[in-house]
Design a binder for this molecule. Structure first.
Ligand code: NAD
Ligand code: LMR
Length: 329
């Protein structure tokens, strides 16, 4: 086992996602069995006691890869020297709310956290925002961290990506491993666009393999885009274990890279690719090599896809304007 632990910060560590995420990270799911990890857990003061209980449980697992745990309510202490920051802590939506309803409540969390990361994180810091509204929260954190390269900020659309893979695999009766090149475009919201025109099933174009435009437009897309709400409706609480699993997938891909010939969905700062307004955090198909992501270039976008991407980007621009108006960026 290597000797220097990777320092991973998790915010909202006493919450539902945290309860699944911490144990996965500590057991080596993120960096493998040979890399020790040190957990840095941030919570608000009233949740620290519950977090102490979670740490007792982490101790009780005797994970060989867990090199240490620190907890606290002061971001500048907890983020000191961290290599990865998984920003999960935020208020989840309840039944009937859209994720955008959380902008003001949660926006205020990400400006100070961005500032704290800017001040004390390690030079190689990589930031993943899971807390909703994830894209715009990532924009807020990024805008408040001027010394951290903008490409080190990302938001989670991997859960949507995984949901899309699973729905498509079920429709075609194939294992999920047959599916490659899935893309989620835009916002982690009901406007997101899960794209089957560039996805592949067993090497064949997914839209052609489905051969049913009505299912694609009127079942597949809304099922994926509204899956978060369906889970809230069914469970009475927002997705947690699947969100934790997707957060691990996202951070692991960022570290280990994408397999040859495949890509993943990540929400990252737009450079204007595919006509997505520069500067917003939007989901794209990306490949990752040596810890750096690149937006896949050269995909043909037909009128159907164009309209869907534009609608989601318009929502992100509105969210950006709203947080600008609130003085958060
Ligand atoms: P939760 O309410 O169970 O936990 C959130 C935790 O964050 C709480 O323990 C709370 O005390 C803590 N917190 C609040 N403000 C904080 C701050 N300033 N600093 C540190 N911690 C703080 O919620 P959850 O179910 O774990 O969900 C967390 C977030 O993740 C929500 O915003 C939810 O909507 C979002 N989410 C995103 C995705 C995605 O795919 N991007 C999926 C599922 C959930
Ligand atoms: C999800 O997609 O499950 C989360 O973003 C939670 C939510 O509010 O939908």
């Amino acid at each position: 086992m290597s000797t220097t632990p990777v320092k991973v910060a998790v915010t909202g560590a006493a919450g539902q996602i945290g309860y699944s995420l911490l144990f996965r990270i500590a057991s080596g799911a993120l960096f493998g069995p040979d890399t020790p990890v040190e957990l840095r857990l941030l919570e608000i003061t009233p949740a620290l006691k519950a977090l102490e209980g979670v740490v007792m449980e982490l101790d009780d697992c005797a994970f060989p890869t867990l090199a240490g745990v620190q907890i606290g309510d002061d971001a500048t202490k907890v983020f000191d020297g961290v290599n990865h920051a998984l920003l999960v802590g935020a208020r989840p939506r309840g039944p009937g709310m859209e994720r955008g309803d959380l902008l003001e409540a949660n926006g205020g969390i990400f400006a100070p956290q961005g500032k704290a990361l800017n001040e004390v994180a390690a030079d190689d810091i990589r930031v993943t925002v899971t807390g909703n509204p994830a894209n715009t929260n990532a924009l807020i954190a990024m805008s408040n961290a001027p010394d951290i390269p903008t490409e080190r900020f990302s938001a989670l659309t991997r859960l949507d990506h995984n949901r899309a893979i699973s729905q498509l695999a079920a429709k075609l009766g194939v294992p999920v491993t047959e599916i490659r090149r899935m893309t989620i475009w835009g916002n982690h919201s009901a406007t997101q666009y899960p794209d089957l025109f560039h996805a592949e099933v067993g090497g064949r174009n997914a839209a052609e393999a489905v051969g049913d435009q009505d299912w694609l437009a009127n079942t597949f897309i809304p099922t994926v885009a509204k899956r978060g709400a369906a889970i809230i409706e069914a469970r009475g609480a927002s997705s947690a274990a699947s969100a934790a699993s997707a957060t691990i997938d996202h951070a692991r891909t960022w570290t280990q890279g994408t397999p040859e010939g495949d890509w993943v969905s990540m929400a990252v700062r737009s450079d204007g690719s595919y006509g997505v307004q520069e500067g917003i955090i939007s989901s794209f198909p990306v490949t990752v090599a040596d810890g750096q992501w690149s937006i896949v270039q050269g995909l043909e976008i037909d009128d159907f896809s164009r309209a869907k991407i534009d609608a989601s980007v318009a929502e992100l621009v509105e969210e950006r304007d709203a947080v600008q108006g609130l003085g958060l960026i």
